[in-house]
Design a protein. Structure first.
Length: 154
């Protein structure tokens, strides 16, 4: 099944803090640990500029969401105003990045590839926060692969 590894949707709606969304039993959730490790692996200069971006983990995107963006599936979704947009700093609602658990688990069957896939998705969605489009991300991935440095997606 073809899936978008990320998408961008303008306008944050109901962004919440990932920590507030997580149940206390989720503290040992390996998937959540992979998302946190991906965030921790970002250079400090990027982490410091994430500001009020909420990171959420959900099992699946809703059918309504998939229909609204015309995608058969999603690994992640950025909702908000990119930092490159005029007035982004004054927007009242926080931006939100959602990482979809089941989409990753369906595609990435072993722990190493799952961790790489999660990290790719986290970086992809954070790139949207910094104003980088899907088209530009695809172009950068093609350049990386042509230089033999790409790890790509299945």
């Amino acid at each position: 099944m073809a899936m978008d590894h990320g998408s961008h949707q303008d306008g944050a709606d109901g962004a919440t803090d990932a920590a507030a969304d997580a149940d206390s039993d989720d503290a040992d959730d390996p998937f959540e640990s992979m998302v946190l490790a991906a965030l921790d692996s970002l250079p400090e200069s990027f982490r410091a500029r994430l500001g009020r971006v909420a990171i959420a983990i959900e099992d699946d995107p809703s059918p309504e969401l998939l229909a609204s963006i015309g995608a058969p599936g999603l690994f992640g979704l950025y909702q908000g105003v990119p930092m490159t947009a005029y007035g982004a700093e004054e927007v009242a609602a926080a931006s939100k990045i959602t990482i979809y658990r089941n989409s990753h688990l369906q595609i990435y069957r072993d722990p190493d590839s799952l961790a790489r896939g999660v990290a790719d998705t986290v970086r992809h969605e954070i790139a949207h926060h910094f104003g980088i489009s899907d088209a530009r991300l695809d172009e950068l991935e093609r350049e990386r692969q042509s230089q033999g440095r790409g790890h790509g997606r299945p």
